[in-house]
Ligand binder design. Structure first.
Ligand code: 26V
Length: 868
């Protein structure tokens, strides 16, 4: 049985660790504290370079509620450090926002149902440049940053790439001084915690991240808005005009919580405003007094339910009413918030609104904003429809993040009309106008026009159930937005030429590409300090942290033997850390001279973790056949796979079980365990990514051509000098172009081939190696053969509908590419040269670049730096 990995208790530090351990050498520490406070009392200002011990001890007293001589746990010190850092953040936050308000800057509002922030402490301390003073203070207390940092729970308010992208964007916005906020939901339970049960199957546990308090948020008690649901509309005549009045039957409050977002080497601190839901009446005392205890709490429970959990975004979306409720809840609160601030400054000069506010809708989740903007401007502010539409359609923009047609949200008209009756009316008016416009502007015969209108209508029939009408939220967004973009060059082409082709033909200028990016602060400088130090030393400055294009300066050292050996030494250091973590969790010793081969991402058939496992099985079978001498000459690998499966995604769960089953067999086989290992890394999240990515030598991004919109972990691996085996898909293409295509292991079918290949699947003659492995799994080589049967059937037995993601098709090419990987790894100088070329080519993939492009091409917003 493969043992599971858990990181929480691991630390590489020799200092005391764990929340319950108390300080050793207490008397020395008490002396340190006394000395530091004496110095502090003399009036010496505590500068960034000076020790922060007095400040920390003051927080120990005021926040933790202990005395300096008490036994302080790592958790106590985390809290003290967090609240001390928070003071610095808030001071800069206030200055930033006072400055932007005084300048009356135009703002971008990033509307996103997900923000996958990870931990805040290290990022904040480093971004504020306070690591030196805090490290020293902690050292004098017998701790180090790493131990303290592990006390913090990840803020996992997102599923995967889409949520993490939103977090990287906030970092970059602050970093380049761009006036802007994120708006989202303060979920009580974020992404579930993943564990493996004894059998190696995924188990989902609730993510109770708020239980111990959250030092990084500021509750704005005075900022709350009413958000309404349900009820009906009624036609009334007001001032001689017929209007539709919404009489809702549920009201809740949206309560604002601000999360300051620091930039690096700038005084700017941006903001992520998250909404919690509160009942309008906290407690029904009358019901309680009448003995109806359940009713007394009902309203509170109903409100809290709205923000209770984050929905999975990668399982076939069921038309969950609660999900629509969540989406409307945060959109309505955010838009009211923006309009309230606008009104306070500009009164009813509504035509100015698009010059002061612009919204970016992250996927279809917030696209009810199109109808809400119209409701607020027409119903609440009394603007004529045409004027409101002109304002709204100038300030809204939509980003598409997936090519999967089933992921483009469609709400049954019935559900929309029940929950948001006024919005349904507004959507119908928008659609009528849209259809009229199409009818008068489309070329062609009446029949051709009718077909196009039917294909482009925002409200249309459900293709699987003709009795049901659906609201197509992506079409609503495309019609209601100024700009629509995809997230990598190939994906934006698919957006234009396939997904929204009819719309693109009418509005070619509406469509753009904005290739994704990741923040080089979190994903290189802070998570891989050894590599960061080497890069800074080599380039002569740390300016690359804020100007990642400077990384290209490493190219000229790529073949320098001395530099290569320093580069390799850093990778070995990170590998040793990861090996220690695996050892602490599994008891297994891992040879850090073996290749570390990692695939981490949400588990999905299109991402093809399955193909990776099949490749590992093939490698295992080859090793088994070899003589001991031949094995010694092979390239030994430690393969790691991590990622969560949506709880309802059965096939993905079976894939996880296959990984654990194959791992259990090969890790314990004395013939092969020195040459091949496979570990499933449970609970993949931002913090685990920060430990894995710097240690990776090969990473796998092997989605079927044309299915991965972009991918962003590919960029993080590239930045950390990790070679990529990948398909010609998503951002892999641009990464290969920047790194040098010859340095990347590219294989597999291309996007333009897949439609034809899918049609031909029934006649496909599969590779004999593939057939052999299918038989092995089906025959019980890894046990659990009944459980694996649907998995085997899904890609073999070539009948129409099977192997949608073309695993069988690409398998031979994948094995060939893996052989090439082995060949290059045998030549450490060539491998290291390539590794350096990856980091050197990663400048384009800084989210600073992406955000600058949004700011210039879509938002029309200029950086505005507050005075320090
Ligand atoms: C949703 C669904 C729902 C129906 C079943 C199939 C399926 C597949 C994927 C999704 C994900 C939807 C949105 C999303 O998370 N997109 C991710 O966005 C990242 C940031 O742009 C990008 O790097 C990833 O390639 C993309 O999958």
């Amino acid at each position: 049985m493969m043992r599971k990995l858990e990181r929480s208790k691991y630390t590489s530090s020799s200092a005391a660790s764990g929340c319950c351990k108390t300080l050793s050498r207490r008397s020395v520490i008490v002396q340190n504290i006394a000395e530091a406070e004496r110095v502090g009392k003399k009036g010496k200002p505590v500068k960034d370079t000076a020790s922060a011990l007095p400040e920390l001890m003051s927080k120990v007293r005021s926040v933790v509620g202990k005395s300096a001589t008490s036994d302080l746990t790592a958790r106590d010190l985390y809290n003290a450090l967090a609240y001390s850092t928070r003071d610095g953040l808030i001071e800069r936050f206030n200055k930033t926002h006072e400055h932007w308000a005084a300048k009356d800057s135009k703002f971008v509002y990033y509307l996103s149902a997900e923000f996958l922030m990870g931990r805040t402490l290290t990022n904040a301390v480093y971004n504020l440049g306070m690591e030196g003073k805090y490290a020293e203070a902690l050292r004098s207390l017998g701790y180090d940053m790493e131990t303290i940092q592990e006390q913090e729970r990840d803020a996992s308010l997102g599923n995967g790439g889409l949520g993490r992208l939103a977090a990287c964007f906030l970092d970059s916005m602050a970093n380049i001084d761009l006036p802007g906020w994120g708006y989202g939901i303060r979920y009580k339970y974020g992404m579930f915690k993943q564990a493996l049960d004894k059998g190696g199957y995924q188990k989902e546990l609730p993510d109770i991240w708020l239980t111990d308090g959250n030092p990084w948020e500021v509750k704005r008690s005075e900022i709350k808005y009413e958000v309404c649901f349900g009820g009906r509309t009624e036609k009334k005549t007001v001032n001689g005009k017929e209007v539709s009045v919404w009489e809702p039957n549920q009201r809740v409050y949206a309560q604002a919580y601000d999360n300051p977002i620091p930039g690096f080497q700038t005084p700017t601190v941006g903001n992520l405003r998250l909404w919690d839901a509160l009942p309008v009446t906290e407690f029904d005392l009358a019901a309680f007094n009448a003995g109806d205890y359940d009713k007394s709490m009902l309203e509170k429970e109903k409100a809290e339910c709205i923000v209770a959990v984050l929905y999975p975004n990668d399982a076939t979306p069921e038309g969950k009413e609660l999900r629509l409720k969540q989406q409307y809840f945060f959109v309505a609160a955010s838009m009211q918030d923006v309009l309230t601030r606008f009104k306070a400054k500009h009164g009813s000069k509504w035509d100015l609104l698009p010059t002061k506010a612009v919204f970016q809708m992250n996927d279809t989740h917030p696209t009810i904003a199109v109808a809400e903007a119209m409701r607020l401007l027409v119903d609440v502010e009394g603007l004529p429809w045409e004027q409101a539409w002109s304002i709204s359609s100038k300030m809204l923009n939509y980003t598409n993040h997936t090519v999967m047609p089933e992921a483009l949200e469609k709400w049954p008209v019935k559900v929309m009309a029940k929950m948001l009756p006024r919005h349904m009316e507004i959507i119908e008016i928008i659609n009528e106008g849209w259809i009229q416009w199409l009818q008068s502007n489309l070329p062609g015969t009446a029949a051709e026009k009718a077909a196009k209108v039917a294909a482009m209508s925002i409200v249309h029939e459900n293709q699987w159930n003709k009795d049901e009408l659906l609201v197509n939220m992506a079409y609503l967004a495309v019609v209601g937005s100024a700009h629509v973009n995809g997230v990598a060059a190939i994906h934006s082409d698919i957006v234009k030429n396939e997904i929204f082709n009819d719309f693109y033909k009418i509005f070619p200028n509406k469509f753009q590409n904005k290739t994704n990016g990741v923040t080089p602060r979190r994903w290189l400088a802070w998570c891989n300090p050894e590599l960061a130090t080497l890069i800074t030393k080599t380039l002569g400055s740390d300016a690359w942290i804020n100007n990642a294009e400077l990384l290209s300066g490493l190219r000229k050292f790529a073949s320098d033997k001395n530099f290569q050996s320093q580069w390799r030494a850093v990778k070995q250091q990170r590998k040793a850390k990861l090996a220690a973590m695996i050892k602490s969790q599994t008891g297994d010793d891992i040879d850090i001279n073996n290749m570390f081969d990692i695939q981490v991402k949400r588990i999905h058939e299109y991402k093809r973790q399955y193909m990776n496992v099949l490749g590992i099985i093939w490698r295992y079978k080859q090793l088994k056949k070899m003589t001991p001498a031949e094995r010694k000459a092979s390239v030994p690998r430690v393969c790691m796979i991590g990622g969560k499966a949506a709880s309802a995604y059965d096939m993905a769960k079976r894939i996880i079980r296959l990984v654990t089953a194959v791992g259990a067999k090969i890790n314990n086989d004395p013939d092969t365990k020195d040459y091949l290992r496979l570990y499933f890394l449970p609970d993949y999240n931002v913090s685990l990514a920060e430990a894995l990515i710097p240690a990776a030598e090969l990473s796998q991004h092997i989605s079927t051509g044309g299915t991965e919109a972009s991918g962003t972990s590919n960029m993080k691996f590239q930045m950390n000098g990790c070679l990529i085996i990948g398909t010609w898909d998503g951002a892999n293409i641009e990464i290969a172009e920047e790194t040098g295509v010859e340095n990347v292991f590219v294989f597999g079918v291309r996007a333009e081939e897949i439609n034809q290949l899918r049609k031909e699947r029934a006649n496909y003659k599969t590779d004999p190696r593939f057939n052999e492995i299918m038989n092995d799994i089906a025959g019980g080589m890894f046990g659990d053969k009944e459980y694996f049967k649907p998995l085997v059937d899904s890609i073999s037995n070539m009948k129409v509908g099977n192997d949608w993601f073309l695993v069988a098709n690409d398998f031979a090419a994948y094995l060939d590419a893996q052989e090439e990987v082995d060949k290059v790894y045998k030549d450490p100088e060539e491998w290291t040269r390539r590794s350096i070329m990856y980091t050197a080519g990663s400048g384009k993939f800084s989210s600073d670049r992406t955000i600058r492009e949004y700011a210039e091409d879509i938002w029309d917003i200029k950086p505005e730096r507050p005075l320090a």
